[in-house]
Design a protein around this ligand. Structure first.
Ligand SMILES: [Fe+2]
Ligand SMILES: [Fe+2]
Length: 151
């Protein structure tokens, strides 16, 4: 049995809040390390592990399970922009992986956080309400078994 639309939307929003606070904590740790002039390699690696292990899998799960439901009608352009933002996040993660000097590492990490937060706001405040309001979309059944989407 799948969740109601309301339960599914609440579960995604809760998972988004966890991702945001976990990402923010890791980016802040990295910035503090750079600010103190310490070696940033360990915190950079920890941030990359989080991005590769949690954040990018969440984005790809959305592209499989959630975004196709918004590919037509009112949400079509929004979903196209959201997919483009995922591509941009992936490109920034590659830049972070390649970055060695402290300034580039810190500014790239800050860009990832800003991009992700603005992306989450669109998902929570625009896409999810629009999908929940669409009688032809059952958000709960889209999420069945998608642990990357709801934690
Ligand atoms: Fe998301
Ligand atoms: Fe997304």
């Amino acid at each position: 049995m799948s969740m109601s639309d309301e339960e599914a939307v609440a579960a995604i929003r809760t998972h988004h809040a966890e991702l945001q606070s976990d990402l923010r904590a890791r980016v802040t740790a990295l910035e503090n390390s750079v600010r103190r002039g310490e070696w940033h390699g360990d915190v950079q690696r920890s941030l990359l592990e989080y991005l590769d292990g949690e954040l990018l899998p969440h984005a790809s799960a959305e592209e499989r399970a959630l975004y196709p439901a918004g590919d037509s009608g009112l949400t079509a352009l929004l979903v196209r922009a959201m997919r483009d933002e995922h591509r941009s996040l992936i490109a920034h993660v590659s830049e972070l992986r390649a970055a060695t000097d402290a300034v580039t590492v810190a500014t790239t990490a800050a860009a990832i956080l800003a991009l992700f937060e603005s992306h989450l706001t669109k998902e929570n405040d625009l896409l999810l309400p629009a999908l929940a309001a669409d009688a032809s979309v059952d958000v709960g059944s889209l999420l069945a078994g998608m642990h990357e989407l709801v934690g």
